[in-house]
Design a binder for this molecule. Structure first.
Ligand code: 8YV
Length: 313
């Protein structure tokens, strides 16, 4: 039997490629200089897309693949996949939940510690030989503070547990209270921001949460407040955030996600009160291996006619 043909929307680690090449005819969209011409050339027989969280799959891409059956996302977020289009056209969609929650939560705490304790600043000071010549500023304590978590899904819970281990007081905002968690639900985001010393954003991306962190929320967080975003760039109004950081309307931010990745707004680079990461919350060997395995397990289950391990649609 001939191997099914699949489209890779973005690169995968070598350990996934060995298995993918073994089972499928793999077409690498990201290597094409002319995407449209490439899709015209190879699209007719493609039955699956293996994509990444930030790349997703647009309706246009799916439309260009008449035999498309399944989209497997290497990531938990499916905001970049046109889910209504997939639903209407009987295209299955899978993602990689759970396996990345702990690492993304670690990144949130890492950014919080970095932004509050000025760890990148201290590192630069030591490297540049300024230690002893200039004073390291006194920094902000993390333990025991009030932490607001925006979004209390699996990753939000992992963040809250970590902050609780630091002796922090935790409240969260979400559309509905989560009955399985013991933290206090705050239905008003502005009230949560006012109460919080640190505000950590981990809601799914997409239209429902676009710019949920706006100028008003940042104003409520206030000049001693620190914002952490490990969700999607779309959840934060970047103009408002840059203005708030510039004017010291908030103290600092730690960001793993941006609107235009990887070509982020260059104004971020001029700020000394923001810690920047290249969307790498899930980027540990352990988690990326598990994510790749789940992508491959979903594809294998689909082509074997079995139920999908982690279906979204
Ligand atoms: C990944 C993510 O970095 O899970 C998600 O939704 O955005 C991240 O875990 C990404 O999917 C890898 O490309």
């Amino acid at each position: 039997m001939s191997k099914p043909e699949i489209l890779l929307a973005g690169p995968y680690p070598e350990w996934d490629m060995v298995d993918l090449e073994d089972r499928y005819v793999v077409h690498r969209l990201y290597e094409a200089s002319d995407r449209d011409a490439y899709l015209k050339d190879v699209g007719a027989n493609i039955r699956a897309i293996a994509t990444r969280g930030e790349l997703g799959a647009s309706a246009e891409l799916m439309q260009s693949l008449p035999k498309l059956e399944v989209v497997s996302v290497y990531g938990v977020g499916t905001d970049a996949v046109n889910l209504p289009h997939a639903r209407e056209n009987g295209i299955r969609v899978t993602n990689t939940p759970d396996v990345l929650s702990e690492d993304v939560a670690d990144m949130a705490l890492g950014l919080l510690l970095s932004a509050a304790r000025l760890i990148p600043h201290g590192d630069a000071m030591v490297r540049s030989g300024l230690w002893g010549k200039t004073a390291m500023p006194l920094v902000t304590r993390v333990s025991g503070k009030r932490v607001g978590v925006v979004g209390m899904g699996r990753i939000g819970q992992a963040i809250a547990q970590r902050a609780a281990a630091f002796g922090c007081d935790i409240r969260y905002f979400s559309r509905n209270p989560q009955t399985q968690v013991s933290f206090s639900h705050e239905p008003d985001l502005i009230a949560l921001a006012k109460w919080s010393e640190f505000l950590v954003v981990i809601v799914p991306g997409g239209d429902a949460t676009k710019n949920i962190i706006n100028g008003k929320v940042l104003e409520a967080l206030g000049p001693e407040g620190i914002l952490i975003n490990v969700s999607r760039g779309s959840t934060v109004d970047e103009d408002a955030l840059i203005a708030a950081l510039r004017n010291r309307a908030i103290k600092a931010a730690g960001l793993d996600v941006f609107l235009n990745e990887p070509t982020i707004d260059p104004r971020f680079l001029e700020l000394d009160n923001v810690v920047l990461q290249p969307h790498h919350g899930s980027g540990t060997v352990e988690t990326r291996r598990a994510m790749g395995q789940l992508v491959r397990d979903n594809l294998a289950a689909h082509f074997a006619g079995k139920s999908l391990p982690t279906p979204v649609v």
